[in-house]
Design a protein around this ligand. Structure first.
Ligand code: HH2
Length: 307
């Protein structure tokens, strides 16, 4: 029998300091019976790969490639066949300088793709409650919010009421301006404090701790040095106690360290080098464009690290 998502099953493992408020009881909610849930770390054992499907005309590394719904769904199925544990479908680019899109436009982009992917493991990359709610109705199981529940006050409730998994990501500033002049006292300590605070907030809104993963937000309001320091000292984020998701795949920092200061993307090989070392430092989930290559590299890394 498959385990059913029950707040009391999660509650006993909550750390005492986070228990205040506690998760909302989910029994009785209309979606309750439909949701099947196990702790995120069991659903996504280390290492797991999350395939990227950007249904946008302007994403930084694959902008436009999947703007057509049929093509996007075909790409998603290919990434799953290549070994992705889940595909992350997004309708709004968050690349540096990107302008936001309306909820209607985001829905117009992602709904036809989600309809085609029903029955497949899907994550919705959105900061908007309306988009998350529709995606969860269509079977998505994880909400990937790059604003860590800061953009839309309704989003936490949508995640909690639907028993969805949640990714909380760190970002300094907002996409339009975040790369202008990012500064930190100590980037790792600042990001750790932020993620810990957002984790406590999510739990206070009824999302069980065991449904949540955390993400340092590589490239989101960070210099090249900030990004690599976060990866180098990833163990300090792992110490928060939740699985860490890393999205370094094809990010421009990888292109810049190859000697091109204007690089907009990095190569697959550079992405794999960074992913393997992030895995060794404790990362659990890898958001990646080149799924087959990540699965192979991480399988080899796991054979070395944890045979
Ligand atoms: N990076 C991007 C988008 N969403 N979500 C998480 N959790 N972590 C990330 O690092 C992350 C993310 C940006 O990459 P991409 O989707 O390829 O581009 P764009 O935002 O331009 O669509």
């Amino acid at each position: 029998m498959r385990p059913i998502y029950r707040a009391h099953l999660w509650a006993f493992r909550l750390r005492p300091e986070r228990r205040a408020g506690g998760p909302k009881p989910l029994a009785g909610h209309p979606h309750y019976a439909q949701r099947v849930q196990i702790p995120l770390e069991q659903r996504f054992p280390r290492p797991s790969v999350m395939g990227v499907v950007n249904v946008t005309p302007d994403s930084f590394s694959d902008g436009g490639a999947n703007f057509d719904a049929g093509t996007a769904a075909t790409s998603a199925r290919r990434l799953l066949a290549e070994g992705a544990a889940i595909v992350d479908v997004g309708g709004e680019s968050t690349r540096p300088g990107a302008e936001g899109v309306s909820a209607d436009e985001e829905l117009r982009r992602v709904v036809p793709v989600l309809e085609r992917l029903q029955g497949q493991p899907v994550s919705i990359d959105t900061a908007k409650a309306a988009v998350a709610a529709r995606a969860l109705e269509l079977g998505a199981e994880l909400v990937n919010d790059v604003t860590a529940l800061r953009a839309d006050p309704e989003l936490a409730g949508v995640v909690a009421d639907n028993g969805a998994y949640l990714c909380l990501m760190h970002m300094q500033g907002e996409p339009r301006t975040m790369q202008d002049d990012p500064r930190y006292d100590d980037v790792v300590a600042d990001v750790a404090r932020f993620l810990d605070e957002r984790l406590t907030f999510a739990i206070s809104q009824g999302v069980p701790e065991e449904a949540i993963c955390l993400d340092p937000g590589i490239g989101f309001g960070k210099t090249v040095e900030h990004n690599f320091e976060l990866l180098r000292r990833l163990d300090e984020l792992v110490a928060i106690g939740r699985p860490i998701l890393v999205g370094i795949s094809r990010k421009s920092s990888l292109g810049k360290i190859m000697g091109n200061p204007d690089a907009k993307t990095g190569t697959t090989a550079a992405s794999l080098g960074a992913a393997v070392l992030a895995y060794e430092r404790g990362a659990s989930i890898f958001r990646a464009h080149d799924v087959r290559e990540h699965v192979e590299a991480l399988t080899a890394a796991r054979a070395v690290v944890a045979p």
